[in-house]
Design a protein around this ligand. Sequence first.
Ligand SMILES: Cc1cc2nc3c(=O)[nH]c(=O)nc-3n(C[C@H](O)[C@H](O)[C@H](O)COP(=O)(O)OP(=O)(O)OC[C@H]3O[C@@H](n4cnc5c(N)ncnc54)[C@H](O)[C@@H]3O)c2cc1C
Length: 401
Amino acid sequence: MDFSESERVGTIREIVSQFMKEEAYPFEQSLRRRPFAELVPELEVKRARARQTGLWAAHIPQQYGGGGLTLLEFAHMSEELGRSPIGHYLFNVQAPDVGNMEVLMAHGTEEQRQRWLLPLVRGDIRSCFTMTEPEFPGSNPTWMGTTARREGGEWVIRGHKWFASSVEGAAFAICMAITNPEAESPYRRASMIIVPTGTPGFEHVGNISVMGDRGSGYASHGEVSYTGCRVPAANLLGEEGAGFVIAQERLGPGRIHHCMRWIGICERALGIMCRHAVTRELSPGKPLGAKQIVQERIAESRAEIHAARLMVLHAAWKIDNEGTQAAREEISLIKFSVARTLQRVLDRAIQTLGALGMTDETPLAWWWAHERAARIYDGPDEVHMSLVARRILRSYGMRVP
Ligand SMILES: Cc1cc2nc3c(=O)[nH]c(=O)nc-3n(C[C@H](O)[C@H](O)[C@H](O)COP(=O)(O)OP(=O)(O)OC[C@H]3O[C@@H](n4cnc5c(N)ncnc54)[C@H](O)[C@@H]3O)c2cc1C
């Protein structure tokens, strides 16, 4: 693997970094003080500028209106964007839309792409993904209560979902539901179905309060109820019973996006910590950074971020070259280890800033509240650790299920 940054990646980083300085960082205070939904008109002006950089929806091939970057190139861009909570949104590469675009591209019919993918890539609409249910463990996605039954030319969906990110204001949801309960393999029982949110029987029950914040619009997580919700049979995404397989595919590159975003957060947090260590004096002429314990925090953070970045770039390179399935172990490794690095670096930065770290004067407190979830969504730490450990133990001859 070549560790040098290509000229193209260097240019992408420069463009994005300049854009972030001009458009994203100065806007962050508004994000922390006003509801997201209220900021949309101002954000639209910034998004129009982001379109002009040629990096709009950069992960999507140019034929669909995206920037056409490889996963590895996009990983670098994602790190730059991750330095601000609104970076990804400004370039239309925010979760969950990014994953939904990829699923529609890979499995959508021509009609589904025209109706849902193209407006999503243009940024005219938003979407959400409804898989997790309050009554069932999300870490075992083969076991769920939501069903979709075929009645004539329609699917009739019944079920209860929660933590549907960005459902408020979304034009459609991709719903994961059991369609083939009789299938022998539990991995072939569920399907993905496109549900326009205006369909009778689709109800956004409300937003969930997460760490004291109910959020709004794109920046929220909602509860959804499907009560006899009818959509045309043609809204099935991919094959019947292929929902689990598609979900795994969706989450592979998605984890690269998240991990590189977290590394961007870590870099920003380390920068904030270092600036404070240099400028805050404990007594006249004695900066905080002169204390060995603070130096240790800085050095440890630098080493951990560097290691995390190399691991993620390697996983992205492997997906680009050998496919998601071949990179399964690498994907699990980065998912739990980078999420933990993120938590440690944020904690060190907050500690170094003292009371200031708890305020909304920096993005640290916002990230602390909103990114604790990194160790839970897209598979909790334990699930990924178990996958890695079982593979290793198998290679030592142990019989593991
Ligand atoms: C901020 C946020 C955004 C989200 N966005 C979405 C979304 O857009 N769409 C969507 O469908 N879902 C979303 N989710 C849900 C997320 O995918 C689930 O929370 C996740 O899959 C875990 O499922 P669960 O919460 O039901 O936990 P459970 O499966 O009940 O697990 C609870 C805990 O048990 C432990 N555990 C689980 N499995 C094992 C194991 N094998 N070994 C040891 N311990 C284990 C872990 O500590 C885990 O945290 C989101 C969640 C959060 C927090």
